[in-house]
Design a protein around this ligand. Structure first.
Ligand code: FAD
Length: 285
């Protein structure tokens, strides 16, 4: 079923995966996806590395595999900064040929030492461009704690308005560890007259290295409850993993109780994490 029709039927449950690192073959991702057999998310989105030198081929191939071989809807991420208009035209043609009609339109982050192509400044520019070129379901990113480059949360909300006006009809959020940020984002969207489904991005933190990376990379606030839990199990990898899974499940249960439109699980390409969380919450959504 088309992704946009799903929200009227149910609480959507989607996964995010990433292509293999440059040195690993694409078959490692296919193997990982096969290991997820038995669980059926509503769609799986595939990230696309930012920067001019990164190729889109792996993202598109994996999206095709998900759709054609697994029979699950796929979403191709598309960060715009390093793409030209003609490059996007080509990507859209390939997507159409492969029967993939869902795109997460992003600006992307600046890669050090690489000048952006200059054709797209914001995700909204890409969304408007895609909308003029066919029948795609266009998704956009939203930030419960505000995007790091925004002056303030009001400006960030007004920019989300521009993104939706440009053609985005569904939002997926950045990860967060305190659901109150998500509920406040929903209130801001409501006040700004933005009435599109919003999926909550949930990242299970399952090892200590990840905790530090999360805080520095995306600026997500780590609540005391979360830090206390991680302190309690520091040095015990198995306990950290299980505590991280329990925390994510607890977040999802609370979001479901607050009528969330959907859950977008950052799976970290880990079938154990994906399956454990899926099985724990699938009957609650
Ligand atoms: P934008 O929507 O363009 O926003 C960026 C900043 O510009 C914000 O501060 C915003 O307020 C402001 N802004 C937006 N529109 C306007 C406007 N019209 N006028 C003025 N200011 C404006 N990155 C990748 O490289 N590859 C991926 O696969 C990827 N997947 C992601 C998936 C999700 C669910 C999320 C949440 C993020 C993902 N990212 C990915 C990261 C994303 O590219 C970065 O967070 C990037 O910094 C911002 O992208 P954006 O699309 O939100 O940008």
């Amino acid at each position: 079923m088309a992704i946009e029709s799903l929200f009227a039927e149910k609480t959507v449950f989607s996964f995010e995966i990433f292509p293999p690192k440059r040195e690993a073959p694409i078959s490692t991702v296919y193997q990982m996806l096969r290991e997820m057999k038995g669980i059926s998310p509503d769609f799986i989105s595939v990230t696309y590395g930012a920067g001019g030198s990164v190729q889109s081929r792996a993202t598109l191939e994996i999206c095709e595999f998900i759709r054609a071989d697994l029979g699950i809807e796929s979403v191709a991420h598309m960060p715009a900064l390093y793409l030209t208009k003609s490059g996007v035209e080509r990507l859209l043609e390939i997507l159409k040929d492969k029967g993939i009609r869902n795109i997460l339109a992003l600006r992307g982050d600046r890669a050090e030492g690489e000048e952006p192509a200059g054709d797209f400044t914001h995700a909204s520019d890409l969304a408007a461009f895609i909308r003029r070129r066919g029948d795609f379901h266009i998704i956009g990113a939203a930030y419960p704690e505000g995007h790091q480059e925004s002056e303030n949360i009001v400006e960030d909300t007004l920019n989300l308005r521009k993104k939706v006006d440009a053609g985005v009809s569904h939002l997926i959020t950045q990860l967060f560890f305190d659901n109150d940020y998500f509920y406040r984002l929903r209130e801001r969207l409501d006040l700004a007259g933005i009435h599109v489904p919003v999926e909550a991005g949930i990242m299970p933190v399952t090892n200590e290295k990840q905790i530090k990376r999360m805080a520095t990379l995306c600026g997500a606030t780590l609540p005391k409850k979360f830090l206390d839990m991680m302190d309690r199990y520091a040095g015990n990898p198995l306990a950290i993993r299980d505590a991280g899974l329990a925390y994510a499940i607890d977040q999802i249960v609370d979001l479901a109780a607050h009528d969330v439109d959907g859950i977008h699980l950052y799976t970290m390409n880990n079938p154990y994490i994906a399956k454990t969380i899926y099985n724990a919450v699938v009957n609650l959504l």
